[in-house]
Design a protein around this ligand. Sequence first.
Ligand code: SF4
Length: 480
Amino acid sequence: MKALRVPPMYKRIGLCDSDLLDNGTRHPNLVLMKIAGFLFDNNILFELILDPKTDISKYNHIFLSRVFSFTKLPEFYEKTKGTPDENKFHIGGTGFYANITSVSEYKKKRDEDFNRLDNDLYLNTLDNCRGGSKAKGIDMARQMPYYHLYDSYVDKQEKAGFKRDKYKDYQKYSIGFLTRGCVRHCPFCINKLENKVCPYSQLEWFLDNERDSHGNLVRPYIYLWDDNFLASDRTIWEPLLKELMATKRPFQFRQGLDERMLAQSPDGELMAQMLSKSKYHGDFIFAFDNWKDKDLIEKALKIWKHHNSKKTTKFYLFCGFMLSKDNLDKFYKDIWELFQRIRVLMSYECIGYVMRHDDYHKSPLPNIYVQIARWCNQPQFYKKQSFWEYCYRNQTYWEQKNGFVVIHEIKQFEEFHRDYESGYYIREDHRGKTRKINKCVQTVLDMLDMFPEHREELLEMFNYKMSNLRDPKLWEQKII
Ligand code: SF4
């Protein structure tokens, strides 16, 4: 599929990735890429809209997608509300309903959103060129994405001085869902009402085979958006995994894999073995979202690490959900559970990646989440330093940059606290300047002040360190 160029005088279809226009994503929008593929099949002119203030008179129709509910909608859309031009818009995406709390309302909106493009009056006037039971209209599972949709965006970013390589996600991957659905019902997730995992697209329906002038694949990698691949039946996941491996292309499940399935499924050992032999792209990513899953995760980790001891394994750590300013107990529990999960991961030599729900802003001390994420989400810090050491190193980094003499780049908390109490950080040096406490360390102090009854426990958690906690005996023995 070659790139399409639209002569400026022609009317066309506009495709709007609202999250991109609001700087909210680094992932291409697969739905828009499929709509683009469908229009391309029908020889209809289209383009990705890159200007939030664009003149929409050149568009017959505009397909506007929003994935995140916090994304601001573009000005050109807001301005048409209540005018005849509003009818040009076909809007959809999880960002229009993800934060609805009423279950019935949520279900209604999600069902509508899922079927919106199937029922789209304009798309249903065009041919489905991809086979299956539909003669007219788009078949989302079968539709081949148009992989050049974001070329104009990448070109624009390059002209603005960014490296093209930064936008690999838009250029180097075949993208799709092999399965859809989940069985876990996590309350914060858009899949909370799903009950099963079903096959969705066949790999060949989205696998791109375009080659460059040297005969190399333009998109040598595959990334998959499956919600919970390993929770599908073995008759589904095993042949799909074999098919992926047979492509010899590195692949990656972008939403992570469900580690608990290794412990819960009778085929857990087989899953770990097959994944250990696959050409996986980047780190293996799982999720450890709930502390109550600790026993399951540990059982799964023993299986996983036994077969994958050399592979970097990362876990998403969800936190910050449903917090409020006045519920201190809930906030403390959330932070406590986050550190306990980190402790388990460190003992198995795994990396954490903090995923904050937007509710963290409403917590009594939002900045503690920011600082923990900055530490945890940068493996070079997480692997070598405790949270406290990271915070204090930020302090001395600032001191060094501002010309203060630093004898020890890292101080243990007790030593820091003795100096703090003695006025070391507000005393003037020979230049008449005073050190100040940076935001990282101040946040630790604020947390300790907020929970004096948990001071010892907090300090213990802030000092969790991988080199002290790592214990290979946990996974070296064969699991019985
Ligand atoms: S396991 Fe993942 S995909 Fe499934 S409901 Fe929970 S967060 Fe969503």
